[in-house]
Design a protein around this ligand. Structure first.
Ligand code: COA
Length: 246
């Protein structure tokens, strides 16, 4: 099924969302972001056990649509985060495990989108970078936040402030991607990872995703408490109905 710039399909229990704006290197226009938001509410996604996000074989995404950026007033930017700009957090908040399958350019908002997923599989052609500061802005769809958490503050400065570009192998060495594969094998490999995750208990995955996210910002005592409470509720949910609770 295609919603225009975002194609939705299923591969078994995994939903595959493909950005389809190749002529503009999958630049993330507000139109594309809105279609991605809608796609996330599609039944094919909401009933899935894992989600793969890809831009196809040539490019993941060259980032925010630079044509639109020039036209945005401060008021429009504030409104943007309530509208299509919410898509990055929506991806990050999905209960299912999520995997980005990256080939070619993965820049700016494209990298921010990939960072909003749980895992990133890159083929050897992938190029990662955050060029925003070079054009007078900054990564502002969770990019600074997630980059620091993915690679640490020193390397985040290289990416965000110096606009350093990374090959797939460098991105792997820095911990920005989870694995690297042969050119063109990224989708197949991402589907393999997604398939493994899809076979795991969905409630355990959903709860643990939230605990991991919280752990990045929460003091140790609170994180330990969160773990224990999550464990207690998951254990309760996993208990066979016939078991005597006493
Ligand atoms: N927004 C809007 N359009 C974009 C785009 C973006 N971020 N990135 C690429 N495009 C468009 C180009 O304008 C061009 O359209 P046209 O054929 O109608 O002129 C088409 O996509 C192909 O891009 P092109 O620049 O010709 O490809 P390239 O292979 O020579 O260079 C890049 C690829 C990614 C290096 C280059 O396109 C680029 O630097 N893009 C902007 C990246 C960026 O700054 N992103 C972050 C924005 S905050």
């Amino acid at each position: 099924m295609s919603a225009g710039t975002v194609e939705i399909r299923r591969s078994g229990s995994t939903a595959v969302l493909t950005l389809r704006r190749e002529a503009k290197l999958n630049a993330l226009s507000t139109h594309l972001e809105r279609e991605l938001l809608r796609a996330l509410d599609d039944k094919a996604v909401t009933t899935s056990r894992a989600v793969v996000l890809t831009g196809g074989d040539r490019v993941f995404s060259a980032g925010a649509d630079t044509g639109e950026l020039r036209e945005m007033t401060p008021e429009a930017i504030t409104a943007y985060y309530r509208d299509s700009g919410a898509v990055y957090e929506k991806v990050a908040g999905l209960p299912q495990p999520t995997v980005s399958a990256v080939a070619g350019y993965c820049l700016g908002g494209g990298l921010e989108l990939a960072l909003a997923t749980d895992f990133r599989v890159a083929d050897a052609t992938a190029v990662f970078g955050l060029p925003e500061v070079g054009i007078g802005i900054l990564p502002s769809s969770g990019g600074t936040y997630r980059t620091v958490r993915a690679v640490g503050p020193a390397r985040a400065r290289e990416l965000v402030l110096r606009g350093r570009r990374l090959s797939a192998d460098q991105a792997l060495a820095w911990g920005l991607v989870t694995e690297v594969c042969e050119p063109g094998a990224h989708l197949e490999q991402a589907l393999r990872v997604a398939g493994e995750l899809a076979a795991l208990p969905p409630l355990a995955i959903a709860v643990t995703k939230r605990v991991i996210d919280a752990a990045a910002d929460t003091p140790r005592e609170s994180t330990l408490l969160l773990e224990q409470l999550a464990y207690a509720s998951l254990n309760q949910a996993a208990r066979p109905a016939t078991e005597d609770p006493t």
